[in-house]
Ligand binder design. Sequence first.
Ligand code: ARG
Length: 579
Amino acid sequence: MTLQRQFESALADAFGKVLGEKTDASVVAAADLRFGDYQSNAAMALAKSRRTNPRELAGKVIEALDLGGLGTADIAGPGFINIRVAPETYARHTAELLADERLGVPAIGDGRTVVIDFSAPNVAKPMFVGHIRSTILGDALSRIARFLGFHVIADNHIGDWGTQFGMILYGWKTQLDEAALAEDPVNELVRIYRAINAATKDDPAVRESCKAELVKLQAGDEENLAIWNRCVELSKQGLQKIYDRLDIRFDHWLGESFYNDRLGPLVEEFIEKGLARESEGAICVFASGELPDEQDPFRIQNKEGWQDNPAIIRKADGGFLYATTDLATVEYRVDEWKADEIWYVVGVPQQLHFRQIFDASRRWGKDAGFRHIAFGSILGEDRKVLKTRSGDNVQLADVLDEAVERAGQVIAEKNPDLENAGEIAEIVGIGAVKFAELSQHRLTDYVFAWDRMLALQGDTAPYLQYSYVRIRSIFRKLEGGFDPASAKLSLHEDAEVHLARLLARYGETVPVLLDDHRPNLLANYLLELARAFHSFFEACPVLKAEPEVRDSRLALCELTSRVLEHGLGLLGIRCPERM
Ligand code: ARG
């Protein structure tokens, strides 16, 4: 059990004794160590509803409190209860964590099924910055949820159907470069898409031809279906290469096209059940009337007051839309996969779309814990949305190439004789890109700055990887063996205690990451841990210490390296053994 939980349960018992009834008492890690290691404001909360003085209540609770020797408690301010953990407690707890595969992290997921919808790029369109964020964030959340004991289904809902295929089909037939296609299919498809997209802007005839190709495809024309199929296959292969490089796996790739057959019946069902109705020839979902206007995604305010803001699920020409597919997708995930929760890792601009989908699904009886896990943009150093010099969207594959190349330079400077330098540059470069994403609050727009994200001294993945490598090198220098299981820990120096304190907090940090889907809290924790390690390593000699002290310190080193490696692993970042 985490120390935090142990204190919560001891405090709850003490409150129970004093108040004569069962209560909860929450405890948090203290932000300011001068007051102790943990803190509770339960006395203040409970005194209020019982009309007693919080300081007095806290005093009685402390008298009744049995911490079993784990630490001491005192009162501060208006009635805070501060708990100071004894160094021996940390020593014992560190030893327990060394014997625990889960490093103290409780499995809170209880096997609940969570579908995580992330990455989801569009076929034959380049993966752009929004997809980069979704891919990295979604993968980290999948890893964290899996480790916490959720049954995770990672689903790549690719955009493999839709109006872009009109342009791609027309382009394929009129200007495909076979050689280029064989060389780099994704690039060639993107080139075609861009060229035709530009042509439609000033040539109505091209627009008409694209439309005709699309209609043929939707009507099941064999030639067009075959071309479509090839495009999708080629795109998937190209994407798979990127995912392999990123070490990302999906359980399913049920793209938009998978739901095609369900859309017609779905719209009929919506009409029959009164969930949608006709308006100007289209079939639309309107507000239920159950929510106040401010909260209703189907209502919108303009100068004239509140207006309907319906979601179209079938156009007047019979075509279906993004919303129709997403409703069908919810149905499938709820009915077939028995999803308890569905998380969508998609940028802020789609917020309204998802609010509508969630509300319509609930009314339809297809309910799950829906979450839109939104994120901001990636900015260039000019603080505008990241673009290439020619003004195109930045592509993920290019970002990875550049990151790895630059990581290679950093490593070559630091350690020119390194074996497998290429392999390590890959681990470091990709780790740096992922960490730049994951160390930010997901809703902030962050600036993509190469030098900053690759710095060995900074809030970066290379810094954390380097800390890990540093620790592993201690063990390589070690003469004679070291068995962490039998090491006796005793902590004397402040730096030792502080390192152990942070190690104990790993199990308290990881479960909280899913409260608001914020892996950046883990990133921050790991940075703090690494800094604590470096302070410890400066203050406390390890290999030169007396055997008993040495073993105690080695045990701290061992656990630190495990937590660093594991924590980075939850973020999808690997650790090299040398760099
Ligand atoms: N393909 C979409 C886009 O690029 C993202 C899909 C997100 N998932 C979903 N179920 N709508 O914008």
